[in-house]
Design a protein around this ligand. Structure first.
Ligand code: LMR
Length: 328
């Protein structure tokens, strides 16, 4: 009884969006770290669960755990391989332990905008990357967009020199580490759930993220301002355990994939709009947004350029060329 009560208490405290799975339904736990609402990933995960629970009622049941309630991104992939969670959507910067191919997405100033990212992900090369971790037990089901990254700090950032000596929180990516080192800044890898506190207490001075993350996690409140740099992309891989996925009954797997593709298509089209809305919300809430002129932007690009040569070998010249071509 005690154990049951403890389990129930834990279940209640994390309050998943859809907790009412029936006996006999395949339970799909979807764990992620961002806000559930007003955010490209949060909204996509919620819609996916809504459709699965509606159309696959009796067969499958999806529970979404947002806001790092269940796992942070550093733990979720291990948990997935252990069968504790079935789906997640970590950012593409968080797969370094499993593949070096995704380093392409972290190269600064590679993609001009989210439309270019979308073209590359949809290409044969981009689709092939979904399978790049199968030998490690992870299968990519598709990409979800967030958007382009912006820079913020506890002082104005207009030229690359302004970042010199500052401590920046980064995701767990060696490319992002090299990017801040190229600015003579000090990068620190921290979980997303720790960013607000680290900025507030001065453990770090700045960070980079999309408008959706900067607004929904209130980073702008503990920063001097946000510089609209659009210097890189923050996107997601919706990932599952290959063993779990391949073990699903054929009809369940194909129905789930069809719903997933439909939701992905619908929600990805809205990511840009959601980020622009969050940008506006930052301004409405009194946050400072600084735009860069062409010369300032060129200076950031030049300062970050050395990063490319460091990682070209891991990525491969052909893939890099294909990614560049997606800007056209
Ligand atoms: C981050 O760690 O900054 C992002 O990957 C969080 C997210 O999932 O958008």
């Amino acid at each position: 009884h005690l154990m049951l009560a403890a389990t129930a208490a834990v279940a209640l405290s994390v309050s998943p969006a859809f907790a009412n799975c029936d006996d006999g339904e395949i339970v799909i736990k979807f764990s992620h770290v961002t806000a559930a609402q007003g955010h490209p990933k949060g909204e996509a995960a919620a819609l996916l669960a809504e459709r699965v629970n509606d159309k696959m009622n009796g067969k499958a049941c999806m529970e979404v755990y947002p806001n790092s309630q269940l796992f942070n991104d550093n733990k979720v992939l291990e948990a997935m391989l252990l069968g504790d969670v079935q789906m997640a959507a970590p950012s593409l910067s968080k797969f370094e332990k499993y593949t070096k191919k995704f380093r392409i997405f972290d190269l600064p100033f590679l993609f001009d905008n989210i439309e270019a990212v979308n073209r590359f992900q949809g290409s044969e090369d981009g689709q092939k990357l979904l399978h790049s971790m199968e030998s490690k037990g992870l299968l990519g089901l598709g990409y979800w967009h967030n958007g382009m990254k912006q820079l913020s700090a506890n002082k104005p950032l207009l030229m690359p020199e302004d970042a010199k000596g500052l401590k920046f929180r980064i995701q767990t990516s060696d490319v992002l580490q090299a990017q801040f080192e190229a600015l003579d800044a000090n990068p620190q890898k921290l979980a997303f759930s720790e960013v607000y506190g680290a900025l507030q207490t001065g453990v770090v001075d700045g960070q980079e993220n999309s408008w959706s993350n900067i607004y929904t996690k209130k980073f702008f409140e503990v920063q001097d301002g946000v510089t609209e740099s659009d210097h890189g992309v923050l996107d997601y891989l919706v990932v599952t355990s290959a063993e779990w996925w391949n073990g699903l009954p054929d009809d369940v797997r194909s129905e789930l994939k069809a719903i997933f593709d439909e939701v992905t298509d619908e929600r990805n089209k809205l990511s840009r709009e959601i980020n622009l809305a969050n940008r506006q919300k930052v301004i409405d809430a009194g946050g400072v947004v600084r735009e860069l002129d062409a010369d300032q932007r060129a200076a950031w690009k030049k300062a970050m350029e050395p990063v490319w040569a460091k990682f070209e070998g891991d990525i491969g010249t052909d893939l890099l060329e294909a990614a560049k071509a997606s800007n056209a």
